[in-house]
Design a protein around this ligand. Sequence first.
Ligand SMILES: NC(=O)c1ccc[n+]([C@@H]2O[C@H](COP(=O)([O-])OP(=O)(O)OC[C@H]3O[C@@H](n4cnc5c(N)ncnc54)[C@H](O)[C@@H]3O)[C@@H](O)[C@H]2O)c1
Length: 332
Amino acid sequence: MAKDPVRVLVTGAAGQIGYALVPMIARGVMLGPDQPVILHMLDIPPAAESLNGVKMELVDAAFPLLKGVVATTDVVEACTGVNIAVMVGGFPRKEGMERKDVMSKNVSIYKSQASALEKHAAANCKVLVVANPANTNALILKEYAPSIPEKNISALTRLDHNRALGQISERLNVQVSDVKNVIIWGNHSSTQYPDVNHATVNTPAGEKPVRELVSDDAWLNGEFISTVQQRGAAIIKARKLSSALSAASAACDHIRDWVLGTPQGTFVSMGVYSDGSYNVPAGLIYSFPVTTSNGEWKIVQGLSIDEFSRKKLDLTAEELSEEKTLAYSCLS
Ligand SMILES: NC(=O)c1ccc[n+]([C@@H]2O[C@H](COP(=O)([O-])OP(=O)(O)OC[C@H]3O[C@@H](n4cnc5c(N)ncnc54)[C@H](O)[C@@H]3O)[C@@H](O)[C@H]2O)c1
């Protein structure tokens, strides 16, 4: 029997990530090739015409899984009945703007969208925040949607996770699908800590630690980390636009694994509400290694953290605490 359609909200759908993301969702990349979807697309009034153009293209693409499209600038209409919400819309930092001004704009967007989701989304709606500052926007959303359980609110660090897999695969000249269990700790920002201490590669001789195969700690503790941390800036430099297809693909990976589960023995990185694991302050949205099953994530416990890693975990936590303070100061 055919499954009931799942309603997926994409905010900022007229933007460049939105344009890459909605066809992926409509093709089944996010929820599987047998899962019909109804797309809810939200943008702001200045982008309404362009949003309508995206809707026209979705119709023209004749996706068999796409059972309906809601394209609107009305946040209540957009949020009504949604099972999954991918929050891509936000206020970008423009030249000359203070960090506090950008934070203030995003805090007010996420506060109002949180209320709309809380009142109008389907029960058990899962939320993924992509828009920057992603971790802190997710925290604000959590605060202003108290009836949405905190386990249902997450931030995207899967792009960073995938970038780390990509760098290791290139360095070792192995298939990216043979590399697993890298970790992104902390903030989706340049303080994030890409950690390979538990990562492995599937080789003809069995599973081997990445550190052993790379056999170059200076590279792993230096250039590898900064390449992953700075990859967003490198893409902007090359494309004159920020990452879009890789961000859209990562958003699909994030939701797919969350809903359908991670393979046995594999973990992925998600920005989730900290419960104090690994001595990360509770109450931050922090990227951890997680496994998922039955639609629920669990932080991987018991991984050893060496002194080098400890410092990096703490540094990115400090930045998130500062962002949290700044965000709260924008509320008053
Ligand atoms: N977490 C990650 O890994 C990651 C990766 C890349 C980009 N990003 C972030 O994702 C966001 C989107 O990137 P993009 O390249 O698509 O930007 P973009 O500027 O092309 O698109 C953003 C869209 O959001 C819309 N928007 C603005 N305010 C809105 C609101 N209140 N409600 C609904 N829509 C609204 C804009 O009109 C625009 O269409 C940015 O914040 C970017 O920094 C995050």
